[in-house]
Design a protein around this ligand. Structure first.
Ligand SMILES: [Zn+2]
Length: 146
């Protein structure tokens, strides 16, 4: 009884490798058939179709821009929020309390606020910390020289 149940599965797994070659040969045969039916204009029609699909993709992408994915990896709810409104790092889930301080919250910040303000304040903060580190170095040098 069990050998009867597993027989169709083994048949499929044994002949599954034939699927891609058959599809590839079928596509080649269909192309030759289409070439015979349409004529020598077929490459230009296909090139035009590919360019038209590309332009259509650009149009659709620009008319419906990407939205931030707020799905929580822990509970699956749409509850992800930024951990700190002053940075683009870290998320917290409002539904279950899941916290990831290292993940990028760039798309969430892009949805909610102006990124320029965050980037400029982070840059100023980085500059201030490097300047204070340099001033500490100079004070160390002066103290060691004395
Ligand atoms: Zn959650």
């Amino acid at each position: 009884m069990s050998s009867m149940q597993s027989q169709p599965q083994t048949f499929l797994s044994r002949w599954a490798w034939l699927l891609f070659p058959l599809l590839a040969f079928g596509a080649v045969a269909a192309t030759f058939g289409l070439l015979k039916y349409v004529g020598p204009k077929l490459p230009f029609i296909l090139l035009g179709a590919v360019i038209a699909i590309g332009l259509l993709w650009i149009l659709v992408s620009s008319l419906s821009p990407a939205k931030a994915d707020r799905t929580c990896p822990e509970c699956g709810e749409q509850g992800l929020e930024r951990l700190d409104p002053n940075t683009t790092r870290g998320v917290v889930c409002s539904s279950c309390g899941y916290v990831d301080p290292d993940i990028s919250a760039w798309y969430l910040a892009e949805d909610e606020t102006l990124l320029e303000e965050i980037v400029l304040s982070e840059r100023a903060q980085k500059r201030a910390t490097s300047n204070s580190a340099e001033s500490q170095d100079t004070t160390r040098k002066t103290t060691s020289a004395e």
